[in-house]
Design a protein around this ligand. Structure first.
Ligand SMILES: Cc1cc2nc3c(=O)[nH]c(=O)nc-3n(C[C@H](O)[C@H](O)[C@H](O)COP(=O)(O)O)c2cc1C
Length: 128
């Protein structure tokens, strides 16, 4: 049904942004550096880019939460894999991450209750 329920948030030293696919642009959400809150591993605060995949369940119709969990997780997997392919082609390093304090991050990002953090993904430069 082409719900397009996943929003990609981009955390960098310059702030937190939401990717707008139609205009291929980044919309500023927060001006502060929230990278450290996107995960529980020490490298997350140092990598140049942290992606946070957020499913907006209010765009997913009236199905069960079980269905919404399944489809939003699958859709995030496809998107994350595309990031892996792009990073491989550009010589960048990446890791998808499930170890996220979702409650704390949702608070930092000021998300609505229907917005669920699925996964995060670090993008950076490989160790020399
Ligand atoms: C759903 C999912 C969640 C993951 N969560 C984490 C994580 O929280 N932290 C982390 O360092 N790696 C995480 N990984 C990455 C795997 O640990 C990693 O891909 C695996 O060790 C293989 O390493 P490679 O990608 O370098 O081949 C996750 C992978 C998947 C698929």
């Amino acid at each position: 049904m082409n719900r397009q329920e996943i929003d990609i948030y981009v955390a960098s030293a310059d702030g937190l942004f939401r990717y707008e696919a139609k205009g291929h642009s980044l919309q500023l959400v927060l001006t502060n550096d929230v990278r450290a809150t996107t995960g529980i591993q020490p490298f997350v605060k140092d990598a140049p880019v942290e992606l946070v995949y957020v499913a907006d369940y209010s765009r997913m119709g009236r199905g069960s939460d079980e269905d919404k969990n399944l489809y939003s997780a699958a859709d995030t997997g496809f998107i994350g894999q595309n990031v892996y392919l792009f990073c491989a082609s550009e010589g960048l390093a990446t890791v998808v991450r499930g170890s996220v304090d979702r409650a704390a991050l949702a608070k930092t990002m000021d998300l609505r209750p229907e917005q669920k953090i699925i996964l995060a993904q670090t993008v950076g430069f490989p160790n020399k």
